[in-house]
Ligand binder design. Structure first.
Ligand code: NAI
Length: 511
């Protein structure tokens, strides 16, 4: 069952709100960046008038982000960006709000629960992009806060169909762009088009911008911008140093073993772990396994990252050469078709397989389901044993099985609760500053300056936050860890040619 008022909210159960509120209260203590931004910007309300459509894992940490946005004046509607990542108690607490009760909810509209179907997922995404107004007309949001780019994608695809005057039609297997999910998206677009032939054009016109959380979503934005198809300005939050060099790495170092442990409780020490990809996420994953005493094997396509992995002390190999050796297989590439059927059938008995890249196409789950004689057993939600009842192509014994986590989707959010609060405070402080930047066109934040000739500073391009704001986010997290920062003397600053108060590094510096 659900608790829902159509158009207002749809969550698992508002009875979970009290537990959610306690967890939010504890998370606030671990999110000094967000709490400092509430204090700094609460009085001036820079987000007053902002209607923010948020598509990002509906966790306890995200709850603190949402209530920071509303504390700065924004109206917010929220959905999760993954079918398994919602913490139902956080969703309930946000709907109820700090002042409301389950009988009289007064909080923010949320459309999210753990274990959505794909059609439900895209319905929820549509719900955040439609703001019912008093007179019954439909309004769009004027800001998007995205993770992976699904909300942004829905608007762009909708506009493309409206401009072409075409009705999105379903495709069949073998036809271009065919996938179950793509057809679900087309069904949502079709329905919207029937209700209002210019729905998405109207929404796009009201949008001042999007702030994007993750590597994969940022990649989509740069592609749109390069093709001249980006419909509104975008801030790349992921490539703030205090995001990707912290959340992607140290966040994963915590939440990957958390997910594996909650799912399987198999000892990691002494085992062999294979990690595909040695970018920011792969670095955190490999370190987590090593920290637990596993022997780690990394694969890479980029010679620089492969060399880094080797210099960090990991074996670097191709999957096909070590597929029979590893006890754990984790994909972190943001690429597709990384672990394919031929690899899955050649793994050791009871090998654990999971993905922490943004989308579920890194592991060929559809191919696995088609292996002759394969049987899927649910051990518990988001943990499935796939048993090969027939011998493998290289004589692997019949009856062996592999354990697949979260059906090939983000396992740190599906099997556990995602990254912990402290690291998300860094990521989300960048999000809040990015929202203020785009909504006020640079006038509302510390570093920005609005142009006085009437032209907007932010155009239909992808921007990163200025380094001084990146440094500010880090600064907001030092006290909590007891860090005492050294200060430049004026003389030292002049010697290095940088200001005493920063920014301290050139934009090309890599950390
Ligand atoms: P990145 O670009 O830093 O790293 C990806 C690495 O994979 C690159 O070094 C690339 O060369 C490598 N790669 C690509 N294809 C490969 C292949 N076929 N075999 C082996 N290596 C390959 O990206 P980042 O920041 O590490 O993110 C990776 C993914 O994780 C993205 O989808 C991102 O959105 C997602 N992500 C997930 C998080 C989570 O909580 N689960 C947190 C942050 C990011």
């Amino acid at each position: 069952g659900f608790d829902e008022i159509p158009g207002r909210y749809k969550v698992r159960s508002l009875a979970l709100a009290e537990s959610g509120r306690h967890q939010i209260r504890l998370a606030e203590h671990e999110m000094p960046g967000l709490m400092a931004l509430r204090e700094e910007f609460g009085p001036t309300q820079p987000l007053a008038g902002a209607r923010i459509a948020g598509s990002l894992h509906m966790t306890v940490q995200t709850a603190v982000l949402i209530e920071t946005l509303t504390a700065l004046g924004a109206e917010v509607r929220w959905a999760s960006c993954n079918i398994f990542s919602t913490q139902d108690e956080a969703a309930a607490a946000i709907v109820v709000g700090p002042e409301g009760t389950p009988e009289d909810p007064q909080g923010v509209p949320v459309f999210a629960w753990k274990g959505e179907s794909l059609p439900e997922y895209w319905d929820c995404t549509e719900q955040i992009l439609v703001w019912p107004s008093e007179d019954g007309t439909v309004q769009g949001p004027n800001m998007i806060l995205d993770d992976g780019g699904d909300a942004t994608l829905l608007v762009h695809e909708g506009v493309a169909y409206e401009r072409a005057g075409a009705v999105p039609a379903d495709t069949r297997p073998g036809e271009p762009d065919h996938s179950e999910e793509a057809n679900v998206v087309r069904a949502v677009l079709r329905r919207a088009l029937e209700a209002d032939p210019l729905r998405w054009t109207t929404v796009a016109e009201s949008l001042l911008g999007v702030t994007e959380e993750t590597t994969t979503g940022v990649h989509r934005l740069y592609q749109l911008a390069e093709q001249g198809q980006l419909l509104f300005p975008a801030i790349n939050v992921n490539d703030s140093v205090t995001k990707s060099k912290f959340d992607n790495k140290y966040g994963i170092r915590h939440s990957l073993p958390d997910g594996i442990n909650r799912a399987t409780d198999i000892l990691i020490g002494g085992k062999v772990a294979f990690v595909a990809g040695y970018g920011d996420v792969g670095k955190g994953a490999a370190e987590a396994f090593r920290g637990q005493g596993a022997r780690v094997i990394v694969s890479e396509i980029d010679p620089i990252c492969a060399l880094q992995a080797a210099m960090d002390g990991y074996q670097v190999a191709r999957l096909e050469d070590v597929v029979g050796e590893a006890d754990f297989f984790i994909t972190t590439t943001g690429n597709k078709d990384v672990i394919r059927t031929e690899h899955l059938v050649a793994m050791k008995d009871k090998a654990v397989v999971g993905n922490i890249g943004h989308f579920d196409n890194e592991i060929d789950m559809a191919g696995l389901a088609q292996v002759p004689g394969v049987v899927r057993t649910e051990i518990k939600p988001q943990v499935h044993e796939w048993t090969f009842t027939e011998a493998g192509p290289d004589g692997e014994a019949a009856g062996r099985s592999i354990i697949v986590l979260s059906e090939g989707r983000l396992l740190n959010l599906g099997n556990a609760t995602g990254h912990p609060s402290f690291v998300m405070s860094n990521s989300f402080s960048n999000q809040v500053i990015g929202q203020i930047e785009l909504f006020t066109d640079g006038a509302g934040s510390a570093a920005g300056s609005s142009q006085d000739d009437g032209a907007r500073q932010y155009q239909r391009e992808v921007y990163r936050l200025p380094k001084i704001l990146d440094e500010k986010v880090a600064r907001l997290h030092l006290d909590a860890l007891g860090v005492r920062l050294s200060e430049l003397t004026k003389d030292q600053a002049d010697y290095l040619g940088i200001p005493v108060e920063g920014p301290y590094k050139a934009d090309h510096y890599r950390y």
